[in-house]
Design a binder for this molecule. Sequence first.
Ligand code: CS2
Ligand code: MG
Length: 413
Amino acid sequence: MRIEHAETVVTSPGRNFVTLRVTTEDGITGLGDATLNGRELAVEACLREHVVPLLTGRDAARIEDTWQYLYRGAYWRRGPVTMAALAAVDTALWDIKAKAAGMPLYQLLGGASRRGALAYGHASGRDVPELLDSVRAHLEQGYRAVRIQTGVPGLGTVYGVASSAADGEGRYDYEPARRAAGGPALPVEETWDTRAYLRHVPRVFEAVRHEFGPELPLLHDGHHRMTPIQAARLGRDLEPYDLFWLEDATPGEDQAALRLIRQHTTTPLAIGEVFNSVHDYTTLLTERLIDYVRSAVTHTGGVTGMRKLLDFAAVYGIKSGMHGPTDISPVGMAAALHLDLAVHNFGIQEYMRHSADTLEVFRTSYRFEDGLLHPSDTPGLGVELDTEAARRFPYRPAYLPVNRLTDGTVHDW
Ligand code: CS2
Ligand code: MG
């Protein structure tokens, strides 16, 4: 089953996506998500200029060999751009293999280990009343776990708060990558004050628990902003509210910092959405410093890369919590769902619902019912790309925000 053609498709139905489409000589096509929010064209160029020329003529069935060929053959290995490009090739080849076998991908990964993948949505509000309404709306949409984010008194726009009410389908418009108002495409700058945040968050969770009770799984994203001792304090202060996880409590590349946090709190920890290989996790996993790995198939070398990571995590009793914001395309989401269904050490799946325009470009078959996601039994990934629709949404450069402390110092966003 030789690869006859491979091409990148850049489209922007409300936000930018890069997709790789691979076609074999017998006309089977496979898709791979190569979206790296704010740096999309770097991955697209890596694919178009350096990777695609190596694919034509290769046997599409030799997935592991192609993964190793592109990973080791690049010489300059790892990193978000290289691993997103590799992910797109790998995912497309798994899509092709499953289509050729006439099976949904999860069947090739060992079959279903559960009925469906527990999903969590993004409840948010500029203040607590708005947040409580958002939690209610997510429960009405069928979510059985929700992430909790709010504004911080005294600060302007901060990470994680949807900018508008839900649309007719209950989808919230939250896309962090945007342009500064008017002028050239420059990152929007936000202001941050960790001490104000640390004072505020426990009150938020007290209000949510008071309103919704002790059972509802609640998650929170610290988004890389705290020092280890600040994260330790927040983890301890949130223990009465029994979180499902506290995510990105500190910038995860300082893996040893998690030792300090672990010493002070039993709040479960999740890290890894900005990681791109199993090597980013070595200390975190072998010392059991986290409870969930946050990587996405799209950023971690594809289905092959993600499976290697999850099998390594399973040895230490650590579960998956795959990244699933709207800047992971429906192709990347579908790939995650096939792994979610098959692996034993599944934890939870982030599921921000894509916009109507996005779903016009990417025709999906995965389902969200009774709080669970299922990839469907369509052969392959179960997603097709409508190139006509894709053409209607030309690329528009957009950057993720830059965060600054109140004194102007650049901080983690
Ligand atoms: C966030 C992401 O979903 C999450 O947990 O950390 O929304 C993240 O901010 C975006 O993926 C950045 O593009
Ligand atoms: Mg996050």
